[in-house]
Design a protein around this ligand. Structure first.
Ligand code: PAF
Length: 282
């Protein structure tokens, strides 16, 4: 596996691959790799000649400085995981100045309102930070296909919008959520949970499964009430938000229409770890 720690050799490598007509699949990450990432690479492997990943903890997408500071980092371990996966041909681990050559600031984007829902309300500026780093990585890596987890479903929708608006010739793929045995969605943040917290956090997935059972059987306000009741009873946990939203507009809804698709979105704090999850509703 090739390892690029600065922009110039990465650009040369990409150019050579493009000249040879290689189809590039790309999965950007912030490191602390887990099986969810491995499933992105496995999908990329199937559909491309060459798979590139990146590891870059992007400061501008953290609106909470403590969250940035506590974000797990272990490059050596990540490189070993990438090598052992056998599905990654090159990893790009840029310097901050490779992504932000002038100022460490986000660009301002208009994602047609997608940025104002859910995470947009809770984490102001977050999606401008994500847009800035993903646009820059796309311009450098020039992938044909790019892979993102469905776990960050709003991020996925926003990256699709970014790619459309900038008319980038990149196909964006959402990859199904990879879960721990107990149902907890795989996340780099799970590394910060104690074994006990990890076990109790399965209630997040269990709740989403119940919501799916209740959907179209009881009203959405009643579902919201039941979800709040579940988390009111959980010691050490705090429900930040729960919403049922239209899968395309991401707008919260209190009613459902037969011809639209809906998804349940949830954020729960377990101790001081913020966990996010979602589920398509049948
Ligand atoms: O999902 C992530 O890991 C990050 O938000 C991303 C897409 C790599 C941008 O920093």
């Amino acid at each position: 596996m090739e390892i690029f720690k600065t922009k110039k050799p990465l650009l040369d490598f990409v150019e050579r691959q493009k000249e040879m007509g290689k189809k590039i699949g790309f999965a950007p990450t912030m490191g602390a790799l887990h099986e969810g990432h491995l499933s992105l690479y496995a999908h990329a492997r199937e559909e491309n000649d060459l798979v590139i990943s990146s590891i870059f903890v992007n400061p501008t997408q953290f609106n909470n400085p403590q969250d940035l500071e506590k974000y797990p980092r272990n490059i050596k371990k990540d490189i070993k995981i990438l090598e052992e996966s056998g599905n990654v041909d090159a990893v790009y681990i840029p310097e901050i100045s490779d992504i932000y050559p002038d100022v460490l600031e986000s660009k301002e984007y208009d994602f047609d309102g997608l940025e104002n829902e859910m995470e947009g309300k809770s984490r102001p500026g977050h999606f401008n930070g994500v847009g800035t780093v993903v646009e820059e990585l796309f311009l450098q890596v020039k992938p044909d296909n790019a892979y993102f987890g469905d776990k960050d479903y709003q991020q996925l929708a926003i990256i699709k919008k970014l790619t459309d608006k900038l008319k980038l010739p990149i196909k964006i793929h959402g990859v199904p959520i990879f879960r721990e045995k107990n149902g907890l969605a795989m996340s780099s943040r799970n590394q910060r949970l104690s074994a006990k917290e990890k076990e109790s956090a399965k209630i997040i997935y269990e709740t989403l499964v119940k919501v799916n059972d209740w959907f179209r059987v009881i009203t959405i306000p009643e579902i919201n009430r039941r979800v709040h009741d579940i988390f009111d009873d959980q010691p050490g946990m705090k429900l930040e938000y729960f919403e049922i939203a239209d899968e395309t507009t991401l707008k919260q809804t209190d009613f459902f229409y037969k011809d639209r698709s809906y998804r349940a979105f949830i954020v729960v704090h377990v101790g001081d770890v913020r966990l996010i999850d979602n589920m398509h509703l049948d």
